[in-house]
Design a protein around this ligand. Structure first.
Ligand code: ZN
Ligand code: ZN
Length: 183
């Protein structure tokens, strides 16, 4: 398992809900948590490891003195969102790129845990931002889709370098032959 970078087509897939929580899902979730930590990220969604189902993992900061809250969420949805705020956002599939993105300030998220029970979380600020970013991934929506024209313009150099890298990986056989980029 590895993190795929934009413009890998897996990032644009619409993910299907998980209907069975078996050993392979638990193993996948654990691997995703390890990968997220290894990459120093706060969240990772299944399409970022080229899987097409609705699974995200998050490590939500809770303060300087307290450990982050680790969440493994199956079939998560935002059921309510309110307010708005802009803040710097990044994505493990876009290394080095950070831009201000407008998001709900407060959300209510619902999701299933790996034990199949329904959970609900109401949160604000960074945690709310993380939920929105990760759940967007499950619909094939990326943070570049939410950028202003100006932020996109400032990101152009990064986007071009990812596309160059993708084409090079394809040439070197690091991607399955015929894999087409999806912008
Ligand atoms: Zn992301
Ligand atoms: Zn706030």
């Amino acid at each position: 398992m590895k993190i795929v970078q934009y413009p890998h087509p897996a990032l644009r897939a619409k993910c299907r809900p998980l209907t069975a929580l078996d050993e392979s899902v638990r193993r996948t979730a654990a691997e995703m948590v390890d990968l997220m930590h290894a990459a120093d990220g706060l969240g990772l969604a299944a399409p970022q490891v080229a899987l097409d189902y609705q699974l995200v993992v998050m490590s939500i900061p809770t303060g300087e003195e307290t450990p982050p809250l680790e969440v493994i969420a199956v079939n998560p949805v935002i059921v309510e969102g309110s307010g708005a705020f802009k803040d710097r956002e990044g994505c493990l599939s876009f290394p080095g790129l950070y831009q201000d993105i407008r998001r709900f300030h407060k959300v209510k998220a619902q999701y299933y845990g790996l034990d199949g029970t329904l959970h609900e979380m109401i949160c604000t600020d960074l945690a709310a931002r993380l939920w929105q970013h990760e759940i967007d991934h499950l619909q094939g929506t990326l943070f570049i889709d939410k950028m202003t024209t100006e932020a996109l313009r400032r990101s152009r150099r990064y986007l071009e370098s990812y596309i160059d890298e993708f084409e090079e990986d394809l040439r070197k056989g690091k991607l399955p032959p015929g894999t087409a980029p999806k912008m």
